[in-house]
Design a protein around this ligand. Structure first.
Ligand code: ATP
Ligand code: MG
Length: 569
């Protein structure tokens, strides 16, 4: 079996939808502030990317594409204890799979550790930073709150010489973690807590995945990020709303230092999606607690999970374009993502017949030992998809759900009296029901009308129901994994008091069927190929498939059952 087909299409196929960030860029270009637009996507390699990151990726790379600029991929790797090369690799794979390309613009904040350190000494020499001996708990206590002003650290007025000496000794590894930090000297009375002498360097005696044991002090995010942006000549540093209060610190750092440019930080609302969680902490908890089968579990909102589930990258990009960019936080209906996926697959996925829960049907008037090939179109939405031959013979299987001995009103599928059409084949009629000792139906004896080959008869008689089937002799046994939402709660941030979000996990988020039967054409499918199982849903070949058994993931059902459910609530 081959590996996942990454199914790239051009990302330049659509005219861009404007938003307030593009307005700012247009204005800056018109005013001659910039000649070339440079953005960046700055993940911390401490987890796998999720659909929220896809929004940020498509925003930043999309702007670079549409303005003929550049978008840098920069790993924000300043916290060695949480980070790992596994995450670095997965992030690169995911960005590429989404259809974006950073060209040669791959950077790591850790590449700037020397420069960041030199700038920190500069701040000290300018009297704008000091070494503080307070413990992290004391720092927090002294910081105050929104209503209580901060108190200055007793170490705030150390001399420049003493600060330089201590900072160099911090770097040399003379002090233990938590005993000292370097803090910016700004304003302990600022209404903005981030400006109350924030810590910009901490001692961390941890091996870094890129710099090894070179460093025992690591710069903090707020200090690192703005300087990294400036070093790379980023014009617009786009981040999520929670960094709005950090913007004064972003600007303060750059104003103190001899950097070549001063990028503009712009905030937008992060994406939240219904029926799932998006924080890396929670996703990590689901993985480590074995609530799911890894980061690429098809139920996870990670890019890796969605790829494995079978979501096409174009559909994810389409979703990101449709949700747009705003300042106000909201939860996007999962149905919108599914709509984008369904629309894509309706155009692109070939139809095949698969019987999920087989019920044997013997056609008594069909010749013994005879078989024939019936032509079936691959995709009515796409004539270019061509057709295939489906074998037909005396014994077939239909889905158990398609037969009712005592049908409810309005039932058009098979019953003891009704004639139904077998898709691409013949009309058949049930003559006899065979049951086992416990009363379960094990087989139907039917007759067929040889005149109805291909789905019509000379007398023009109509049948209301059309069902799918497979030939018993030719069918291929497959495993089917029917996935559904991981959580039963639309807003997983709003749990009942005292309840953990994990208590809302959907017990039916994975239902495995091991007896399903597919028509023989699937034998050629490779991992990642997507199909519509007629009348059932869209499915994709999972990487657990082996020569012995193919495994299919349900990407989604044919109809949107969740949004309807939500509207009823
Ligand atoms: P978490 O807070 O869950 O740990 P994060 O935001 O810290 O996630 P990063 O790796 O720092 O994760 O994110 C990289 C980029 O992706 C950042 O610019 C961040 O603003 C953006 N991003 C993260 N989550 C979302 C989201 N849900 N919607 C839009 N952008 C996001
Ligand atoms: Mg972050």
């Amino acid at each position: 079996m081959k590996t996942i087909d990454d199914n790239k299409e051009s990302t330049e196929d659509k005219s861009p939808v404007s938003n307030f960030i593009r307005f700012i860029i247009d204005k800056d270009l018109a005013a001659g502030k910039h000649q070339k637009i440079v953005t960046r996507f700055p993940p911390e390699p401490n987890g796998y990317l999720h659909i929220g990151h896809a929004k940020s990726i498509s925003l930043n790379f999309g702007i670079a594409r549409d303005y003929q600029g550049a978008c840098h991929l920069r790993f924000d790797d300043t916290n060695p204890t949480a980070e790992d090369v596994e995450y670095v690799d997965s992030i690169m794979e995911d960005v590429r799979w989404l259809g974006f390309d950073w060209q040669d613009k791959l950077f790591y904040a850790s590449d700037y550790f020397e420069q960041l350190y030199a700038y920190a000494e500069l701040l000290i020499k300018d009297g704008k930073a000091f070494v503080c001996d307070q413990t992290p708990i004391e720092v927090r206590e002294y910081r105050g709150t929104l209503t209580v002003p901060g108190k200055p650290s007793p170490y705030r007025d150390r001399s420049i010489e003493e600060n330089l000496d201590l900072f160099r000794r911090m770097k040399a590894g003379e002090f233990e973690e938590g005993t000292k930090s370097l803090r910016a000297k700004i304003d302990m009375n600022s209404p903005n807590l981030n400006m109350r002498d924030p810590v910009i360097y901490r001692i961390k005696k941890a091996e870094h995945h890129r710099t090894g044991n070179t460093w025992v002090i690591y710069p903090m995010y707020d200090y690192t990020h703005c300087i990294s942006d400036a070093i790379e000549g980023i014009t617009h540093s786009i981040c999520t709303l929670e960094f709005e209060d950090h913007r004064p610190l972003y600007d303060w750092c750059l104003d103190q230092l001899p950097v070549a440019c001063h990028p503009q930080q712009i905030e937008f609302a992060r994406l939240n999606l219904g029926y799932t969680v998006m924080s890396k902490r929670k996703l990590l908890e689901l993985v480590e607690g074995n609530y799911v089968n890894g980061w690429d579990d098809p139920r996870m909102p990670t890019i890796a999970g969605m790829r494995r589930r079978g979501y096409p990258p174009e559909a994810i990009r389409e979703f990101c374009d449709r949700i747009g960019v705003a300042k106000a936080a909201s939860i996007v209906d999962f149905g919108l993502l599914q709509f984008c996926v369904r629309e894509n697959l309706n155009r692109n996925a070939n139809r095949i017949m698969v019987v999920l829960d087989p019920l044997k049907v013997t056609i008594e008037n069909y010749p013994n030992d005879y078989e024939e090939m019936l032509e079936a179109e691959n995709n009515p939405e796409n004539p270019d998809a061509g057709s295939r031959n489906v074998p037909f013979a005396k014994t077939i299987y239909i889905d158990r759900d398609d037969f009712a001995e005592n049908p409810p009103k309005g039932w058009f599928r098979m019953t003891p009296d009704n004639e139904v059409r077998l898709k691409h084949a013949y009309y058949i009629r049930c003559k006899e029901i065979i049951k086992d000792q416990s009363g379960s139906i094990v087989e139907l004896i039917c007759t067929y009308d040889p005149e109805s080959r291909g789905g019509g008869t000379a007398d023009g008689r109509k049948v209301k129901g059309t069902i799918h089937w497979v030939s018993a002799k030719h069918a291929i046994p497959i495993e089917v994994r029917n996935y559904d939402q991981l959580f039963t709660l639309h807003n997983t941030a709003e749990t009942d008091p005292g309840k953990d979000y994990k208590e809302y996990m959907n017990p039916d988020s994975l239902i495995t069927l091991t007896n399903s039967l597919a028509e023989p054409c699937i034998i050629d499918a490779k991992i990642g190929d997507r199909f519509q199982f007629m009348r059932q849903g869209y499915y994709c070949v999972d990487l657990d498939s082996s020569e012995d058994k193919m495994v299919f993931n349900r990407i989604l059902t044919l109809k949107d059952s969740w949004s309807k459910l939500q509207n009823k609530q």
